[in-house]
Write a protein of this length. Structure first.
Length: 356
C-alpha cells in the first residue's frame, strides 16, 4: 500500500506542463540585469517563453487570508496561495486558461493590479462571472482578468487549494516580490545545448555566482525522495520479517517431516500418493498461515487507513490488496514447507521402516 501511494502521487497530473520547464533563483546581479538576460535568452533560441514569479510553481511561499470581494460573508474566511508575476505566467507554465487572458504588463500596463483566479478560487468566492470582478487586500485593489484550471502546488500529496496570481503591484515595488525566473526550453533543441547556452548567458550577467538551474519535473520527484525512504524502510523490514518467518517455518517443517517419516512410510506402502502425502504434511502449516492472515488483516487495514487519512491525495484501500497479500503469504509458506514435505514424501519407505 505504501508503494502504491508513492507511485500514485508520482504519476499525478499536476495541471501544468513540466516538460522542458526549468527555473533559477534570482541571486546576485540577476535581478538588476533581468531585462538583458531575458532579451539574450529569447534571442538565443534557447527558450520559447520566460516569466518572473515570487517562487517556483512547484513551491508555496506565500498565502493570504485577507482578500475581500463583493458578496463576501462577514464570517467567511478564504486562505489562498499567492503567486506574483509580470507576464505570460500561464503560457510559460503550460497552465490551462478557461476564460479571459494571461497577465502581461508589457501589453497591458494596468495589469500591475490584475489577478488570475483558479477554478476553486472562483467557486469559493461565489463568482458566477469572475472576469472584471474586484478584489481588495492590504496591498491594494485588484481586477480579475482571467480564470485558469486548478493545479497542484507544493507537495504532490497535497489536495487542490485556491490560488490567486497577482500582477506586480506598484505599491509593492516592481521587483520586490520576484525571486524566481522560470523558462520553457525550446523542445526542438538538444537539452544539453540549451543548458550550455543558458549557463553562458547567466554567467555573463551574474559572474559572481554559479549557474544553478532546476527542472520542474525532477524537482517534484526529488521532493518525494524523503518520503520514498519510508517506503524503502517498510519494504526492507517487511522482507526481513518474511525471511525470519520462513526460517521458523523451515525449521518446524524439517522437525515435523523427520518425526513423521515412519507414518509417511506406512501410508506410502498402503498406497498413498506423493501429492496426498505432501498435502498431509503441509496443511497444518497453511492453516496457521491463514489464521495469522485473518488476524493481521483488520489490524493492517486500521493502521493503513489512519496513515492514508493524513495524506490529502491518496489511494483507496481495496479488498484485492489484502486478497493478493493473503495469496502471496500462502504461496511463500507453501514453498517453504513444501520443500521438506516433498523430501519426506519421496523418501524410500523400505529404508525408513527397516531402520525402525
Amino acid at each position: 500500500m505504501i508503494y502504491r501511494e508513492f507511485i500514485y502521487a508520482a504519476n499525478r497530473n499536476s495541471g501544468y506542463d513540466k516538460n522542458n520547464l526549468a527555473f533559477v533563483y534570482m541571486k546576485g546581479d540577476i535581478k538588476k540585469n533581468y531585462d538583458l538576460i531575458r532579451r539574450d535568452l529569447l534571442n538565443s533560441g534557447t527558450v520559447v517563453d520566460i516569466t518572473r514569479s515570487n517562487s517556483p510553481i512547484t513551491e508555496i511561499w506565500s498565502t493570504n487570508e485577507g482578500y475581500k470581494w463583493q458578496g463576501k460573508g462577514e464570517q467567511q474566511q478564504l486562505k489562498v496561495i499567492e503567486y506574483r508575476t509580470d507576464r505570460t505566467f500561464v503560457k510559460t507554465m503550460g497552465l490551462h486558461l478557461i476564460a479571459g487572458r494571461d497577465i502581461d504588463i508589457e501589453k497591458y500596463p494596468s495589469d500591475s493590479n490584475a489577478v488570475l483566479l483558479t477554478e476553486m478560487t472562483v467557486r469559493q468566492m461565489g463568482f458566477a462571472d469572475p472576469l472584471g470582478q474586484v478584489l481588495r487586500n492590504d496591498a491594494g485593489t485588484w481586477h480579475v482578468v482571467g480564470v485558469i484550471k486548478d493545479f497542484v502546488t507544493g507537495s504532490l500529496f497535497n489536495s487542490i487549494h485556491p490560488v490567486v496570481i497577482q500582477g506586480p503591484n506598484r505599491q509593492q515595488g516592481p521587483n520586490s516580490w520576484f525571486g524566481t525566473i522560470t523558462f520553457k526550453l525550446d523542445p526542438h533543441n538538444n537539452t544539453s545545448e540549451n543548458i550550455a547556452k543558458l549557463g553562458a548567458i547567466f554567467k555573463r550577467y551574474n559572474p559572481n555566482y554559479p549557474f544553478e538551474y532546476f527542472f520542474a519535473d525532477k524537482y517534484d520527484t526529488a521532493k518525494l525522495a524523503g518520503d520514498e525512504h519510508i517506503g524503502t524502510l517498510a519494504a526492507l523490514f517487511a522482507g526481513m520479517a518474511i525471511f525470519i518467518s520462513c526460517l521458523g517455518l523451515f525449521g518446524l517443517s524439517a522437525y515435523m517431516a523427520e518425526s513423521r517419516l515412519r507414518e509417511v512410510g506406512v501410508r506410502k506402502i498402503l498406497g498413498a500418493s506423493i501429492m496426498r502425502l505432501i498435502t498431509l504434511l503441509s496443511k497444518d502449516f497453511l492453516v496457521l498461515v491463514i489464521i495469522a492472515f485473518v488476524i493481521a488483516s483488520p489490524v493492517a487495514w486500521w493502521f493503513m487507513s489512519q496513515w492514508l487519512e493524513e495524506i490529502p491525495y491518496h489511494i483507496n484501500l481495496s479488498w484485492w490488496m489484502f486478497g493478493l497479500t493473503g495469496l502471496l503469504s500462502v504461496i511463500i509458506a507453501a514453498g517453504t514447507v513444501g520443500f521438506q514435505a516433498v523430501q519426506a514424501a519421496l523418501t524410500n519407505p523400505v529404508r525408513v521402516l527397516r531402520t525402525d
